[in-house]
Design a protein around this ligand. Structure first.
Ligand code: UN1
Length: 493
């Protein structure tokens, strides 16, 4: 049965004003899973109006009370984890263990940000004058606009929704066009947790029809975007022209470095699941293997064997390791890189073609061997189960290759040498660095984001998330009872 997905505005589920809809397809079966409201500027305007109307009451709700609603949301998410995960698997394809992990990440975030309701730390500092007090407070901002992708239909939105809420803002959220039903089920959790109407509004949308007006709406002063580099940069330039604050999380070209002295079996496992887990469709997925020459032949051989053993299929089947790509467009994009690799003389050691499963957007786990630094397959984000292997002589060369891309999200090194590990921590110029662990699996306590073209210097998760969704308010209290003129250089104090 097809699910009907509406917008969520002022606490009510409503159709798009135009009545238009778009389809969400199950990528494992190619069946229509949901039909969703296709929003435009009018729907965005209504949602922003609702968020604006709800703002004053929400910002004046004590933060600990706001936190309690977040805790309730965490409890409800726990109860609905299986149902939500199953819907996500049907809607975007990743296996149940992964969609359950996706929901768990949102639960973790809800507890973390719920706790911030009793912290939201500002600071005091000594001031220059007598009988005067100074402090800096984190203030709410108003209506924030969130644009999120399909690959983490719940976790990535949770990194934005939860800190935005705890800080006292109200929200208009535009979810990924491939996951409207999952987004609607997630939004319902907040309504059921007691979030007042208008505080979280959802406009479903296709392409830029809803996202564009949200970015440009004058009452939306803060935007947080996760998605493709092209769309992110378009959002950034539009928002910059309007003087808005933006948080961007975009592409990655993440590498695992393997030194000759690495724990071999551990490295094989980590590379396999970081590269092919989630069908390579994480912004943190490993798409480059930078390997020291001594260990390389054995490692490539083991990875090829592992890739062949991966069981593909519908993610609802507990015996499946890897689901489909998200849609036909992703199939076309990943497939196009096979031709690029061949043109560059790269050897396709395993995979290299769609997997014929009768239906669905399945692509074989693929390994490119003999890749050189600077080749297109080594530089461009493919966003599929494709790993490029680059051979290096030593750690210095490995670091150089790792750092020489336009992206800078996550990187990793496998070594048993503690000195090499610490040198890597110092020299790898990505926002996230792992030692003896794949490039995926960042936790919510720490800043998440990347350097260079991955973002714009902002970070999500952890304490850093609050920077995106608050403004500093500096407060001075002069209790001297006389005018103390500041920045007038005098000894008269
Ligand atoms: C993403 O792919 O956009 O670190 C986010 C990870 C997950 C989040 C990935 N916690 O792999």
């Amino acid at each position: 049965m097809t699910i009907s997905v509406q917008n969520f505005i002022r606490g009510a589920w409503v159709d798009a004003k135009s009545g238009a809809t778009f389809e969400s397809i199950n990528p494992a079966t190619e069946e229509v899973l949901a039909v969703a409201a296709k929003s435009t500027q009018d729907d965005v305007a209504a949602a922003v109006t609702a968020a604006k109307a709800a703002y004053d009451k929400w910002r004046l709700t004590p933060a600990p009370r706001r936190g309690e609603i977040l805790y309730r949301a965490a409890e409800i998410l726990k109860e609905r984890k299986d149902d939500l995960a199953a819907l996500m698997t049907r809607e975007m394809g990743k296996i149940l263990a992964e969609t359950r992990g996706d929901v768990q990440e949102a639960i973790d975030m809800a507890y973390y940000m719920g706790g911030e309701g009793r912290r939201l730390m500002g600071y005091t500092a000594p001031v220059e004058m007598p009988n005067k007090f100074g402090m800096a407070l984190r203030d709410s901002v108003g209506v924030v606009g969130l644009i999120t992708p399909w690959n983490f239909p719940v976790a990535v939105p949770s990194w934005k929704i939860l800190p935005a809420l705890i800080a006292g803002n109200t929200i208009v959220w535009k979810p990924g066009e491939d996951v409207p039903a999952s987004a609607a089920m997630f939004a319902q959790v907040f309504a059921d947790a007691g979030l007042p109407e208008g505080v979280l509004n959802v406009v479903q949308g296709y392409g830029a029809d809803a996202g564009g007006p949200l970015v440009e709406h004058p009452d939306v002063r803060i935007l947080s975007f996760t998605g493709s580099t092209d769309t992110g940069l378009a959002v950034y330039s539009k928002a910059a022209a309007l003087g808005k604050k933006v948080t961007l999380e975009m592409g990655g070209k993440n590498a695992i470095i393997v030194m000759d002295d690495a724990n071999f079996d551990l490295a094989v496992e980590a590379i396999t699941w970081s590269a092919y887990g989630t069908t390579g469709q994480r912004c943190t997925a490993t798409s480059r293997l930078i390997v020291q020459k001594g260990i390389k032949p054995r490692l490539v051989e083991a990875l090829v064997e592992k890739a062949r053993s991966i069981r593909m299929g519908d993610g609802l089947d507990p015996n499946v390791d890897m689901g489909p790509l998200v849609n036909q467009k992703a199939m076309a994009k990943v497939s196009s890189y096979m031709a690029v690799a061949k043109e560059d003389g790269v050897k396709i050691a395993v995979g290299g073609a769609p997997a014929d499963m009768g239906k669905g957007f399945f692509f074989q786990p693929t390994l490119f061997d003999g890749v050189e630094q600077g080749m297109r397959v080594e530089q461009e984000e493919i966003f599929g189960p494709v790993l490029s292997v680059v051979e290096v002589a030593d750690l210095d060369e490995a670091v150089r290759v790792n750092n020489a891309t336009r992206y800078g999200l996550s990187s990793s090194i496998f070594t048993e040498n503690v000195n090499a590990a610490f040198r890597a921590i110092r020299d790898l110029t990505t926002g996230i660095v792992y030692i003896n662990h794949g490039t995926t699996g960042a936790e919510i306590q720490f800043p998440f984001g990347g350097t260079r073209g991955t973002g714009n210097g902002m970070r999500e998760a952890g304490q850093a998330a609050l920077t995106s969704f608050t403004e500093w308010k500096s407060v001075y209290v002069d209790y001297s009872g006389r005018l103390q003129r500041a920045q007038i250089d005098t000894d008269d104090i």
